[in-house]
Design a protein around this ligand. Sequence first.
Ligand SMILES: C[S@@+](CC[C@H](N)C(=O)[O-])C[C@H]1O[C@@H](n2cnc3c(N)ncnc32)[C@H](O)[C@@H]1O
Length: 256
Amino acid sequence: MLNFDFFYAWTKEHLNINLEGYKEKQLQRRIGTIMKNTGAATLEEYAVKIQSDPIVKKNFLNYITINVTDFFRNKEVFDEFEELMVSYLEPKFGALKIWSAACSTGAEAYSLAMIMTNHNIKHAEKITATDIDETILAKAKKGIYSSVEIKNVDEKNRQNYFTQEDNAFYLSEQIKKKVAFKKHDLIGDRFGTGYNVIVCRNVTIYFKNEVKEELYQKFSDALVPGGLFFTGATETIYSPEKYGLIKRASFIYEKI
Ligand SMILES: C[S@@+](CC[C@H](N)C(=O)[O-])C[C@H]1O[C@@H](n2cnc3c(N)ncnc32)[C@H](O)[C@@H]1O
């Protein structure tokens, strides 16, 4: 039996990561697999390796944070959100204050920035894009992607906002400067306030139910009335009114 109590306390103290909020079985299976790949037989041994070897540490962090993302992820839902930005959010609020939470490589935040640029929608401030993983944030800030990573970007946006050099696609400064990245842990760090839009997709699925419920309340509190909360395409909120939200479209909720 692996000593997860020890390991959870150790990661909290030494890496400042709270693993207690994540669904246990899934997470422990993942940790067991990556631990064995390093040759460690126990979590105590694995902790020593994480502390002494930066590569083991980086692999551990990458493995538990699952960074899969896409520009305009779930295109039909994104299209619906784009439509709401133009027909509802812009007329109602004018300039928008937006938070892309658990942003991974920035694809989501940059997709929003492209939509805003295309429709001339004003920013109240730069889009705030946050993630717990500093390595992925460093990549996001660079704005350099492979052809696979931008496969969902349509031809027009590709031509307008990317330049290609060999196999790399460089996002334009025009879009990059509209997004500000910073480290933020959804479990434990404070939330901002006054948002017109919060996008948090494909991360709450990894959290325990009670943590998820707490987060929905915090997201609702962080929105202004009429603001929209955009979730992932498997993250339906049951009884959204419990959190002061109503369903506006599939995976899009409005703060009452
Ligand atoms: C599957 S990706 C989703 C990326 C993007 N939102 C999307 O839907 O395409 C999940 C992201 O959540 C981040 N993450 C995991 N735990 C987190 C936490 N406690 N606080 C903030 N971000 C977290 C991971 O680092 C990863 O980048």
